[in-house]
Design a protein around this ligand. Structure first.
Ligand SMILES: [Zn+2]
Length: 140
C-alpha cells in the first residue's frame, strides 16, 4: 500500500495530470463525429442520432465499425458460404437440452437466419426453434 500511495501522489503532480487531461480530450474528440453542417465537434450523443450543439442539426449515427466492415461471412462444414434463407442439413447427431433429445445427422432445417454469436444459425428443425453452429451443418 505504501508504494501505491506514493505512486498516486506522484501521478497527481500538476504536469502529469495535465497530460492525462489532454489524452482524455483527444479520445473524447475522436469518438464523436463533426457536424456535417457546421463542422463543429460539440455533438450530443443520442441512441440513434447525433445532434449538433452549435447549429441544432440532427443526423443518423453511422453503424459501429464492425458492422461497417461488411456482412459477416458464415461458412458451413465444407466451406460453403451460408445466407439467410438457405436450408442446411446436420452432418452429425446433435444433443439438445442436456442430451434428452437428439437431432439426427441428416435432419434438414427450414430456411435459416444468420445471427450474431457463436451459434451463427437460427432455424427450425423437427419443429423446434434452435441455434446451430455452422460447423455442424452443410448447405442443403
Ligand atoms: Zn452543426
Amino acid at each position: 500500500m505504501t508504494v501505491l500511495n506514493h505512486r498516486v501522489q506522484h501521478w497527481n503532480g500538476p504536469s502529469v495530470s495535465l497530460s492525462f487531461g489532454v489524452g482524455y480530450d483527444y479520445l473524447f474528440f475522436m469518438s464523436k463525429p463533426a457536424c456535417p453542417m457546421c463542422e463543429m465537434n460539440e455533438v450530443l450523443d443520442h441512441p440513434e442520432k447525433w445532434e449538433c450543439v452549435t447549429c441544432g442539426h440532427e443526423w443518423e449515427r453511422t453503424p459501429e465499425p464492425e458492422a461497417a466492415a461488411g456482412p459477416r461471412v458464415v461458412k458451413d462444414a465444407h466451406g460453403n458460404v451460408l445466407a439467410d434463407g438457405d436450408c442446411v442439413v446436420l452432418i452429425k447427431d446433435l444433443k439438445l437440452g442436456g442430451g434428452n433429445q437428439v437431432l439426427k445427422g441428416g435432419t434438414k432445417s427450414k430456411p435459416i437466419r444468420l445471427v450474431d454469436g457463436d451459434h451463427e444459425i437460427d432455424c427450425k428443425m423437427d419443429g423446434m426453434a434452435i441455434a446451430l453452429k455452422a460447423c455442424f451443418v452443410k448447405k442443403a
